[in-house]
Write a new protein. Structure first.
Length: 202
């Protein structure tokens, strides 16, 4: 009995000992690791401050560029309007003179002078007229074909007539020239030409 009692009492002791052996050990951080973490945290704070400063500088730069673009657009508009004011003045003078004198010839001459001044002013601002005269090769980059027509005078793919002038500004297309394009000679004419060429002289 006594040996059996000893055996039954030793079991809890063994279990208690086993539980103590498997208990987790408290982890400790060395001073070196702690200093490394502190250094990394300080570096992260420094990088965050740099990011905030960079974001603020970029936002200021974006606002400054936007203001400069608005000022440039306003300056360009003022320059164009100021250059056209003398044209407006001369046109008003021509109209006033025609009303006072009742002379249509004076009105026509005045408008012609204003038209010439207006063209010169626009050319000084960089305006260039696109060549689209009759017989000029059709260029889809500069011309807009609004119609086609047969022609014995101009070959296919060439301009027959200009309906509206086209312009460029500083080599940039503002408006294509609207033109009528030749389709070449009529079919009957071409067949007659081919038949006459096929005939052999006797």
């Amino acid at each position: 009995m006594s040996s059996k009692h000893k055996h039954t009492k030793s079991a809890p002791a063994d279990a208690e000992t086993g539980s103590e052996s498997t208990a987790p050990q408290a982890s400790s951080i060395s001073s070196t690791e702690l200093e490394t973490l502190k250094t990394a945290a300080a570096k992260a704070d420094e990088n965050w401050d740099k990011f905030l400063r960079s974001a603020a500088e970029f936002d200021n730069y974006r606002k400054r560029v936007s203001r400069e673009k608005e000022e440039l657009a306003r300056f360009t508009s003022e320059r164009v309007v100021a250059a056209l004011l003398p044209v407006l003045d001369n046109l008003e003078r021509a109209l006033n003179a025609a009303e006072q004198q009742g002379d249509q010839t004076a009105l026509i001459e005045g408008i012609q002078q204003v038209h010439g001044q207006f063209r010169r002013t626009l050319e000084e601002l960089g305006l260039k007229e696109i060549a689209a005269h009759a017989g000029h090769p059709f260029d889809p980059n500069l011309h807009e074909a609004v119609a086609q027509s047969t022609s014995n005078e101009h070959p296919e793919g060439h301009v027959l007539e200009q309906l509206q002038r086209g312009y460029k500004l500083a080599d940039r297309l503002l408006r294509p020239a609207r033109v009528v394009v030749s389709k070449g000679p009529p079919a009957s004419s071409s067949s007659e030409v081919s038949n006459s060429e096929s005939e052999t002289p006797e």
